[in-house]
Design a protein around this ligand. Structure first.
Ligand code: ZN
Ligand code: CU
Length: 484
């Protein structure tokens, strides 16, 4: 007797193969039969005729470390069909804690010093296990968090003693269950870290295994040099590289995606490289003069200095304050912003490249967040599959399922197949759409009918159920981890 049968949907399995009509049976959190299944074989039958039955989406790049604990129903993700979220990106993870220090930007995207309450990475993992969210969590350790925790002066490179302490922390986190590490040398607290320092700290990746996620030092003029730096680091560590939120920033760099994609493709021949992308021509991160200078438009998303300016354009703020841009930035800080700095053609080229995965890079604690937080996945279907057919449905789904599962070494998720975990997204191909905009960024997507995580409904008839069947993905379930 099966727990559930999804009857008569169009199954698109995630591999990129076209769909076929079939019933899908679920038992004990796994998919156990696909084909024609009799209604009397199941405790429950849900008719999904005319709908797409796809694997639940994997958000390849998130900052959900704290969101999954604070709002365990994870509404921004569940309403998009996401069933697994990769946390701890861009060098930023919520654990281990900062010895009571207040988090400098960009660590403050996760909250203030109270957010960094876990003494060890292991404690953070225990908190997830003790109170699971509605999605699965693939946890990464952020090396910038370690730097802020262990260095006396973050503006210089680490001393031998500091490297040793960070290495011990990194090893401990990997042993506890971090599935890899992330770095973000673009940001001031990690800018002084070179490959030698990072490779020494993350040496455990070589013996223990795990993914290396990199937010490049420079996504603008120096992007090719920064890519080379990332390839060299992954080579030194012998680890799988994932390039985060791939983009070409800066008005004067428009058109260079062809160049970066060529670089990634040729480097990939030697070392399998993953890269994720969000489908917007605007980025979002801490408020920095450097980003403002290369953007056509900058909108402040939150500010601690002057909170009332959330949602305002930076020039308008400066005018309102009667000061220059640099002054305005200083008075708003710490703050976050959205930067209109990419070309749509470059974003399209990256989204449509067969190697790219989809990742939201959503910032769940921003007061006026970038719409990618609530819109990324449905937007791909609306904008790239339906309105401008640049991708087929099967190609789009592969970027959110089988491809990230392979790149992150998630053994039994990301595909509709017998024996796989029952993470499933059922949606209407003609109706799925993002509704989050820059003006109204937290409007939930539409067109997704049901979402199952580990065989249980987390979204049913388009409404979140509040059920929390998510699991932390463990080293045993990750093929990038060495077996000893
Ligand atoms: Zn980043
Ligand atoms: Cu990020």
């Amino acid at each position: 007797m099966y727990d559930l049968v999804l009857r008569g949907g169009d199954v698109i399995d995630g591999t990129g193969a076209p769909g076929y009509t079939a019933d899908v049976a679920i038992l004990d959190g796994r998919i156990c039969e696909i084909g024609r299944i009799h209604a009397n074989q199941a405790r429950e039958v849900v008719d999904v005729n005319g709908l797409i039955v796809a694997p639940g989406f994997i958000d390849s790049h998130s900052h959900d470390d704290r969101y999954v604990l604070l709002e365990p129903d994870v509404p921004a993700k569940v309403t998009q069909g996401v069933t697994t979220t990769v946390t701890g990106n861009c060098g930023i993870s919520i654990a281990p804690g900062l010895h009571g220090r207040s988090p400098p930007p960009p660590l403050d995207i996760l909250g203030d010093s109270a957010a960094y309450q876990f003494t060890t990475f292991s404690e953070y993992l225990e908190a997830i296990d003790a109170s699971p969210p509605s999605v699965n969590v693939y946890p990464l350790l952020g090396l910038t968090t370690l730097r802020v925790r262990e260095l006396e002066h973050i503006e210089r490179s680490a001393t031998a003693a500091e490297i040793e302490r960070m290495r011990d922390e990194c090893d401990a986190a990997l042993v506890a269950g971090a599935l890899g590490v992330s770095i973000g040398t673009f940001y001031p607290p990690a800018a002084a870290a070179d490959n030698r320092e990072i490779a020494s700290v993350a040496r455990g990746l070589r013996e223990i295994g795990g993914v290396l996620a990199v937010h490049l030092r420079d996504e603008a003029d120096g992007i090719i040099e920064s890519l080379d730096e990332a390839y060299a680091l992954s080579k030194a560590l012998g680890s799988r590289l994932v390039l985060s939120h791939h983009k070409v920033a800066g008005v004067k760099n428009h058109g260079r995606a062809a160049e970066t994609l060529r670089s990634i493709t040729s480097a990939s021949n030697a070392i399998g490289i993953g890269f994720d992308v969000y489908p917007y021509a605007a980025s979002s991160t801490m408020l920095r003069a450097k980003n403002v200078a290369i953007s056509a438009k900058t909108v402040v998303t939150w500010s601690q200095g002057l909170p009332n300016y959330a949602g305002w354009e930076i020039n308008a703020i400066a005018a309102d304050l009667g000061c220059g841009i640099a002054d305005a930035i200083a008075r708003l800080a710490p703050a976050g912003a959205t930067y209109h700095s990419m070309s749509q053609d470059d974003v399209d080229a990256i989204v449509c490249d067969s190697g790219s995965m989809i990742g939201s890079d959503g910032l769940p604690h921003d007061r006026c967040p970038h719409p990618r937080l609530w819109g990324t996945f449905p937007r791909i279907f609306r904008l790239y599959v339906r309105e401008r057919p640049l991708l087929t449905l099967a190609q789009a789904i592969r970027k959110m399922t089988v491809l990230p599962a392979e790149r992150f070494g998630i053994a039994d998720r990301g595909r509709i197949g017998c024996g796989m975990r029952a993470d499933v997204c059922v949606f209407d191909a003609n109706g799925i759409a993002d509704r989050a905009t820059f003006e109204l960024p937290t409007q939930p997507a539409i067109g997704i009918r049901h979402v199952l995580c580990n065989g249980q409904f987390v979204l049913r008839d388009a409404a979140p159920t509040g059920v929390r069947p998510g699991k932390r993905i463990t080293p045993l379930e990750c093929t990038l981890r060495r077996r000893t």
